[in-house]
Ligand binder design. Structure first.
Ligand code: ATP
Ligand code: MG
Ligand code: MG
Ligand code: MG
Length: 476
């Protein structure tokens, strides 16, 4: 008999039909009630076994074991679920070594511990919910852009350019690690390398996406990006996914509107398709909040927080206004900030979170940053000091989006690259877009994991990517 997904059984009120289900045992009570989960939903289906079931089988039904059940769907007498399965036949697919299995229900493991057993944590309700939500958000990304006629452009993973100029790149090389060929000056001779030049894993697909926008008008890329940043924070990964739309004929305001629409769309999609997962995660947060003193508990629950974002426009302020607010804030006067607030210095996460969580109490878009703290490709404003940049800041996280209107004027771009010592000749392919029919255009990068953090209410970025890569950690 073909397998039916547990989700489909629970979603329907239908009873008195036979099914086959397969999954992993979450618990086994009184030698009679199995809570079975197959990952299709946060909910377990209750399987009731008949009392004359062979003891050789019941002994092997333990938390973690995988089983196949043929049975009949019947109305449930207990509260909670409407239906349950009366088992006619149970087959053990895989025994579970219970002495060693770390996910027994009695000792609910901490998130820290689950990070150490990341290969098994998918089996918990929390991580099941997180990764189903992540899946939906990823699907919604494509849905959003497809509905609006964007072309999904696959930008390269291996690149010869450093888009951000931040020097946080992972080298890709097939040269021998011992005694690589060297130039006369002692530097490594990449002519001998696989590509005949020095190559790296991409930090952003933006520059290549710009090439696409200059032909298709609107494109987006959604792929893995890599940054060798040695910061062990709760919001940085060495390997993360980024969504980068790039749109010709758009200015900075269009760009902000697009980003807001996009964020609302994917949140709305997850709320519609993953209601139970989100409610589970919301309850998890409520339980966690109870451990905190009253005055530190958050005012809004997860669902309310998401609904708030769906229903309220983001605040839009300039960097200069942001700095003024921060300088005049009670937090600054009481010397609560670890890092100094000063015009010309980038905002730190603590400043971003203050603006969002304490001052505006809503997501904030900060525009017009000083040009010296932003990348060479951002469009220079007429004041000569700032660029048409925009960062979106979210509660609990800080920056989730970095974007800008791009410098489409060849002379301005060349002058800026010279000032920043970026070799324009090596980037002839980028400069060509400004020579052959340049147009105003804008785009942004949204860190996908930061978005998943926001939607799931989790606080550590390691908990929202299936296989986290952070400094000194690349398990499997
Ligand atoms: P941050 O200031 O947090 O280090 P950034 O300004 O260096 O971020 P951008 O170059 O603007 O990042 O990249 C665009 C987006 O990618 C960011 O807004 C963020 O959402 C995400 N992002 C950047 N670095 C990381 C990282 N190491 N891990 C996860 N997401 C990241
Ligand atoms: Mg950074
Ligand atoms: Mg930043
Ligand atoms: Mg940024």
């Amino acid at each position: 008999m073909a397998r039916t997904k547990i989700k489909d059984i629970l979603l329907s009120d239908k009873t008195d039909y036979t099914v086959n289900v397969k999954g992993w045992v979450r618990s086994f009570r009184n030698n009679q009630f199995i809570a079975l989960n197959d990952g299709s939903t946060i909910n377990n289906v209750q399987v009731v076994i008949t009392l004359d079931t062979d003891e050789a089988i019941t002994k092997r039904i333990t938390t973690g074991a995988s089983i196949s059940v043929d049975g009949t769907v019947i109305a449930s007498l207990g509260k909670g679920q409407k239906v349950e399965i009366k088992a006619d036949n149970i087959t053990i697919l895989g025994d579970c070594d219970t002495d060693k299995f770390p996910l027994q229900l009695k000792n609910r493991p901490s998130l820290e511990y689950l990070r150490e057993i990341a290969h098994l944590r998918f089996r918990t309700s929390t991580f099941g919910a997180i990764f189903r939500v992540r899946h939906s958000l990823a699907f919604a990304v494509h849905q959003f852009f497809n509905d609006r006629g964007f072309v999904y452009l696959h930008t390269p993973i291996i690149t010869a350019s450093d888009a951000e100029g931040a020097g946080e790149m992972f080298r890709v090389s097939t040269l021998p690690t011992e005694n690589p060929p060297r130039n006369e000056d002692g530097s490594i001779d990449y002519k001998e390398d696989f590509f005949g030049r020095c190559t790296n894993l991409t930090v952003s697909g933006q520059l290549e996406a710009e090439l696409g926008a200059m032909a298709f008008s609107e494109v987006y890329t959604f792929g893995p990006t890599f940054r060798a940043e040695n910061s062990n924070t709760a919001r940085h990964l060495a390997e993360f996914w980024m969504i980068e739309p790039e749109v010709a004929f758009n200015d900075i305001t269009d760009n902000m509107d697009l980003a807001e629409d996009f964020i609302r769309y994917i949140i709305g999609y997850a709320m519609q398709h993953n209601r139970e997962d989100l409610e589970f995660l919301a309850q998890r947060l409520v339980d966690e909040e109870k451990q905190k003193p009253m005055n530190e508990r958050s005012e809004l629950g997860l669902i309310e927080k998401l609904e708030f974002v769906l229903n309220n426009k983001f605040e839009r302020i300039t960097y200069t206004e942001a700095v003024d607010i921060l300088l005049n804030s009670p937090a600054n006067k009481k010397k609560k900030f670890q890092y100094e607030v000063k015009w010309g210095v980038d905002l730190q996460s603590e400043h971003e979170r203050y603006l969002v969580e304490k001052h505006f109490k809503k997501p904030v878009i900060v525009t017009d940053y000083p040009k010296d703290i932003k990348s060479f490709y951002m469009r220079q404003n007429d004041d000569g000091k700032t660029v048409a940049a925009m960062d979106i800041l979210a509660p609990g996280i800080g920056e989730i989006v970095g974007g800008s209107q791009r410098e489409e004027r060849l002379d301005k771009l060349e002058q800026r690259m010279k000032e920043m010592h970026i070799p324009a000749d090596e980037m002839y392919w980028y400069m060509d877009t400004r020579k052959f029919g340049t147009v105003p255009h804008a785009g942004f990068g949204l860190g996908f994991e930061r978005m998943v953090l926001f939607v799931t209410g989790m606080t550590n970025i390691r908990d929202v990517i299936p296989f986290p890569r952070t400094p000194k950690n690349a398990e499997f």
